[in-house]
Design a protein around this ligand. Structure first.
Ligand SMILES: Cc1cc2nc3c(=O)[nH]c(=O)nc-3n(C[C@H](O)[C@H](O)[C@H](O)COP(=O)(O)OP(=O)(O)OC[C@H]3O[C@@H](n4cnc5c(N)ncnc54)[C@H](O)[C@@H]3O)c2cc1C
Length: 155
């Protein structure tokens, strides 16, 4: 069981809930996942596949905007209504520049508005993460997932 609660927010100014559409919301769930982006969606799917009752709460709307369905115009979404476009705290490491950080505000999160650039990381990074406790991230192990991703047939 996997239910998604969609919340409509005003886009400008402070986020304010203006509408809530409920789809068979139950009174009890085993897990509530906040955010249906890359991580939240996978987590919810895995939990759901194990038989758990999962509610996903997503602040953005559906992922059917034309600029999502046509990946070649992904950049139209940057700074638009599907982008949180949050101001970052100036950092000396970035010459104290002030700018806004793009973060997807829609079902799918950043994956719905990103550039779909994919590259395989360096072995020493994976091995370093594994060494620091990220179980299963060692390069040879990660390759079992990365190689099939690279050769996955187009759907
Ligand atoms: C414009 C852009 C271009 C990018 N290009 C690339 C690329 O080419 N290649 C690449 O590998 N990566 C790219 N990325 C980065 C990639 O998309 C992100 O690293 C990835 O989506 C992060 O996943 P996440 O699960 O951490 O967060 P997200 O995918 O951002 O998911 C977070 C979700 O939580 C929701 N949310 C936030 N706050 C709340 C709340 N309070 N209540 C409910 N829901 C909430 C958001 O709406 C969002 O759906 C890009 C990102 C952007 C924004």
């Amino acid at each position: 069981m996997f239910a998604v609660a969609e919340f409509g927010f005003q886009i400008s100014g402070d986020p304010k809930m203006i509408d809530t559409s409920k789809k068979e919301i139950q009174s009890h769930y085993d897990f509530i996942v906040v955010g249906a982006g890359a991580a939240g969606s996978v987590l919810a799917a895995e939990l759901s596949a194990s038989g758990a009752q999962v509610l996903v709460i997503e602040s953005g709307g559906p992922d059917d905007a034309p600029a999502i369905l046509n990946p070649s115009v992904w950049f139209y979404n940057v700074g638009g209504p599907l982008d949180y476009h949050l101001p970052v705290t100036p950092s000396p490491r970035l010459n104290n520049r002030k700018f806004n950080m793009s973060l997807g505000r829609v079902l799918g999160g950043g994956t719905s508005i990103n550039a779909m650039v994919w590259m395989r990381g360096m072995q020493r990074d994976y091995d370093g993460w594994a060494k620091n406790g990220a179980k299963g991230f060692a390069y040879l192990l990660a390759s079992n997932f990365l190689v099939p991703m690279r050769v996955a047939p187009a759907r």
